[in-house]
Design a protein around this ligand. Structure first.
Ligand code: SF4
Length: 337
């Protein structure tokens, strides 16, 4: 069996959240807490969860844009910690990122062509002009736009430029953090289809970070669900969408907007806000919002255990059906495979 392209083992990262007082240590919160995952060559791994659950921090840890406090991240069996600048530079070309804030990713003073060419010049790649043209064609951006400035482009066109820039050096992996969340639904579909075509053409692997399960179901091969910095479920896409095993996953799926909400009975969705990561609940972090919680849930943190095709962190994963709280005909609509 070949080893994964990208692998994270037990990675954690905390941040300062305030100042120390006379009798108080500097408050910190764990944005990512003991997460393990892997990404195989040519596949798409979705990372989902509510805003503030640690998805974006995890994306930065996977790219070594933030330092891990515990655990290791390896890319093609190379440990990303402790690389020399030259080693890191060579590896960086193989793993690229597309972040949420598309506007901030481009320089408003430079034309599209110049910006796509920039990484090729930095990495001293041969024939940058031809490669620039090739990647702009790859993302299907019309040649009449190549010498324009970012503000002259629509949101979808800007996203294509950012993709072209990320592809310029011929990476094996793209980490995409909410890449379509700022776009209209029709443009989202175009970009997701483009990503799928590029993956097929180039054999790319994607880490697709999103709070939008509707988008994730169209692109991911496997799904990791995060809650307050931890992975609570991991499963192949078909198993995940057809039969989620964690109550939080079931609630996220029940919250996907339906085509005709009026025709549907009230859906079982979680209530209450995400608890503060500064003081996460004891035991299972989901217990204050979980309709299945028992006394043990508040006392003992569940660990991720295999359950068929799933990995689930829930004490009751074997004796409850989390989807049961969702009306049956809604569950039956989940034929996404
Ligand atoms: Fe709910 Fe308990 Fe499972 Fe947590 S461990 S998801 S509180 S049933």
């Amino acid at each position: 069996m070949t080893s994964p392209l990208l692998s994270a083992k037990d990675v954690s990262r905390s941040y300062v959240a305030g100042r120390a007082g006379w009798f108080r240590r500097v408050p910190r919160f764990r944005a990512v807490d003991g997460v393990s995952l892997h990404v195989n060559r040519g596949e798409t791994v979705g990372i989902v969860g509510e805003s503030g659950c640690g998805k974006s921090t995890l994306a930065r840890l996977l790219l070594a844009l933030a330092r891990t406090e515990t655990g290791t991240v390896t890319f093609d069996d190379i440990d990303l910690s402790g690389l020399s600048t030259a080693e890191w530079r060579a590896l960086r070309a193989r793993m690229q990122c597309v972040f949420q804030d598309t506007g901030a990713s481009l320089d408003p003073r430079l034309t599209i062509r110049t910006q796509v060419r920039e990484p090729l010049a930095i990495h001293r790649r041969p024939d940058p002009a031809a490669r620039t043209q090739a990647v702009l064609e790859m993302v299907r951006l019309g040649a009449h736009l190549w010498d324009r400035y970012p503000h002259e482009l629509s949101g979808g066109q800007v996203q294509r430029v950012i993709l072209a820039r990320a592809l310029a050096l011929g990476p094996d992996l793209l980490v995409l953090d909410e890449p379509v969340s700022a776009l209209d639904v029709s443009i989202q579909a175009q970009i997701v289809n483009l990503l799928k075509d590029l993956q097929e053409e180039l054999g790319l692997a994607y880490v697709f970070v999103s709070h939008d399960l509707g988008v994730v179901r169209h692109i991911a091969d496997r799904v990791y669900v995060m809650y307050l910095g931890q992975v609570v479920e991991h499963a192949p896409k078909a198993d995940f969408f057809a039969n989620p095993r964690h109550p939080y996953s079931a609630a996220l799926l029940a919250a996907i907007p339906a085509a005709d909400p009026e025709a549907l009975p009230k859906r079982a969705v979680i209530t209450g806000d995400l608890p503060s990561p500064l003081a996460p609940p004891t035991g299972c972090r989901f217990h204050p919002r979980c309709p299945h919680a028992i006394a043990r849930c508040a006392a003992e943190p569940p660990v991720l255990r295999r359950l068929g095709e799933h990995e689930v962190a829930c004490h009751r994963s074997e004796d409850i059906n989390p989807v049961a709280l969702v009306p049956r005909h809604i569950a039956a609509k989940r034929e996404f495979a």
